[in-house]
Ligand binder design. Sequence first.
Ligand code: ZN
Ligand code: ZN
Length: 338
Amino acid sequence: MLYGVKDLKVEDVEVPKVEAGEVLVKVKAATTCGTDLKIFQRGYVEKVIKLPTIFGHEWAGEVVDSDKSLEWPKKGMRVRAGNSAPCLHCAMCQRGKYNLCENMIWLWGAYAEYIKVPARMVLVNMQEIPEGVSFEEAAITEPLACVLHGVEEADVKLGDTVAIIGAGPIGLLHLLTVKKMGATKAIVIDLVNERLDFAQKLGADVTINSGKENVEARIKKLTGGCGADVAIEAIGLPATWEQALRLARKGGVVLEFGGCPPGTEVKVNAEMLHYGELTVMGTFHTTPLHFRKALNLIATRTIDVRPLVTRKMKLDNIKEAFEILSTSKNEIKIGVVP
Ligand SMILES: [Zn+2]
Ligand SMILES: [Zn+2]
């Protein structure tokens, strides 16, 4: 149970009871995420999360109970679901923008022994986990789905040079994805050498420590003076949003992926936007289609997410897990097992 900033306690709670259309899942693994860490450290997503609450949103497990009227999923089936389910009939859903659904439901509670999946989520965003895929891998479906949605919108192409700011879990998922999409030069930028080394192991062609090098100058040099085809911000800070704007070439794309705190404003150079025909976009969250795609990509190891789980810990030690993530330079995601 999360009570507030850095106030996390392991407690016994009632096993949830299923009602109409709902499914109860025994969690087999959950994975930590930057969003969870933000909530733990700063608690600023308080509008989304009502405290005290069980939290965590990347999980996979086994069906233990479901409403009798449901034909699917069967008891014992390995599944993953959520963390969102659009309504399919609001103005945004009617336009196919399911990630912007005005009545989105969200599911928190991955760091627990059981999680109850709401009826709508069972219908639109629950999948069976294919054989041979671990629960940890399946749990990573959610962040990968967000990344897939982003790079599809940014239209990364075969042969592109892509600059990625941030070598955390989200930056690294972008790296794995753009390499698969045929980027010939993937450049990863971060302040922490350990993370850059990790990015290199995962296939980064170039890494740049932005604390030690002039990133813009280096990117210009690497691209014959013109800049990256696509620049992706995967941190969520105004300074790096603005930095991303300076890394893309004329006619290039800037994908502002990391969410900044509410009220944040950034400066955009109008000359670059107009004379440079720069496309600047933000993407938010993802759609049920991308969840399906992400799980398939993980299951076929087209995108191998296994290296991202750098440590496994027991649910009893969840507080310690977040303390490790707050300070460690070497951990990417921790697999939390009840
Ligand atoms: Zn996540
Ligand atoms: Zn909707």
